[in-house]
Ligand binder design. Structure first.
Ligand SMILES: Nc1ncnc2c1ncn2[C@@H]1O[C@H](COP(=O)(O)OP(=O)(O)O)[C@@H](O)[C@H]1O
Ligand SMILES: [Mg+2]
Length: 364
């Protein structure tokens, strides 16, 4: 630890299916931080939720393998919750001061506002969306309500609870039928394409719905955006967010499923997306509107379905996008003139700025 340097706590790993991606993201961020100005404090969350203070984000173990945080790694730590203390406390009683957190944990218990709530309680500035926007960003049903209220188009869909499905499957099937096939069935609150099924005929609906409910009590049945391309924009900022150029995901599989996302080398990211200028500009406008609609902060990636020539539909917003050097979000900014190290730097400054704005308010 050196005086005058900003101590950045990188938090990564976590209990979701995106554990490994998160570790790789943290390694990339750690490597990109200007070590003349920042000291990195690394905390890995294992798959059971335990926190470990580590010398740094774990390295890639070898080709074809992904790094993970072991349950016995480093020393156990927790965050001191006394507001303003801003310290990690190890099980041995050692204290590690921190100035700002860069949370890189995807999915539940990381991207959904729970972790952000912990930082709020402790009075520590952190990168990215606050509690509300994080929670909304994790809930595909609620975010669609806010997008619609902001005038943004979403796919026709039905939100179904497990109770409704168990009590009256015929009624739910009728609602699905009205949307027309093919359909996508997905859990409301999960990322990484887990629990998502493309349903081509209504006969295949029940197993798809059951599968979605294995991951949560609320599911979405969506009309498939047939023939659509998938394009994404990065958004950066607090009060005056700006959007990056759009990029395109070209999956080799029928949809961008878990395999295609993390295991399939043939998925291509095209940056910038090859779309007409008007479409790119409209996507940027809509990305900023989506960011504002959920009251996001710092960063987010907004994903669209694009049907030629000019139809754009908002699919979803991600408040902690993948952050490896080859991930879409940093690549979009690279192509928009903000290299990776500068992006990380800006995000930390945005976190500190936002914290400063919120300080000293009534009720604080
Ligand atoms: N309504 C839909 N129409 C067409 N494709 C879809 C639809 N919903 C999901 N998909 C496909 O499934 C992928 C994952 O779905 P998404 O809702 O983005 O969930 P996740 O949060 O897991 O990324 C999308 O990138 C897309 O390829
Ligand atoms: Mg997605």
């Amino acid at each position: 630890m050196s005086p005058g340097k900003v101590r950045v706590l990188l938090v990564f790993g976590g209990r979701s299916a995106e554990h490994e991606v998160s570790v790789v993201s943290a390694r990339s961020v750690s490597a990109a931080l200007d070590h003349r100005r920042y000291d990195v404090v690394a905390v890995g969350i294992d798959k059971e939720g335990g926190w470990h203070l580590l010398p740094g984000p774990p390295a890639l173990p070898g080709t074809g393998e992904l790094p993970a945080v072991g349950t016995g790694a480093g020393s156990d730590v927790s965050l001191d919750r006394v507001p303003g203390t801003r310290e990690l406390v190890s099980s041995a009683g050692d204290r590690e001061p921190i100035d700002v957190v860069f949370p890189l944990v995807h999915g539940p218990f990381g991207e959904d506002g729970t972790l952000q709530g912990l930082f709020e309680m402790a009075g520590i500035p952190y990168v990215g969306a606050g509690v509300l926007a994080s929670a909304v960003g994790m809930d595909k049903a609620v975010q669609k309500i806010l997008f619609t209220a902001a005038g943004l188009p979403v796919v026709p869909h039905e939100v179904v609870t497990e109770r409704e499905w168990r009590e009256d499957p015929e009624a739910v099937t009728a609602r699905a039928e009205a949307l027309g096939t093919p359909l996508f069935v997905k859990p409301a609150a999960l990322g990484s394409s887990v629990g998502i099924t493309k349903v081509k005929t209504l006969a295949d609906l029940p197993p798809a719905v059951d599968d979605a409910f294995r991951h949560g009590r609320k599911a979405l049945i969506e009309q498939a955006a047939e023939g659509a391309r998938e394009i994404e924009c990065g958004v950066l900022g607090n009060e005056d967010p700006v959007a990056s150029v759009p990029g395109e995901i070209v999956p080799a599989a029928e949809f961008y499923d878990y395999r295609a996302k993390y295991l399939d080398e043939s998925t291509r990211l095209v940056v910038p997306a090859e779309v007409p200028t008007e479409v790119a500009e409209e996507a940027q406008r809509m990305a900023v509107a989506a960011f504002r609609a959920i009251d996001a902060a710092g960063m987010a990636r907004v994903d669209f379905f694009y049907r030629e020539p000019d139809e754009l539909i908002v699919n979803e917003i991600n408040t902690i996008p993948g952050f490896t050097t080859v991930s879409m979000y940093p690549r979009l900014w690279e192509a928009s003139g903000i290299p990776y190290p500068e992006l990380v730097d800006r995000l930390i400054r945005l976190a500190l700025e936002r914290h400063e704005l919120d300080r000293g308010r009534v009720g604080d």
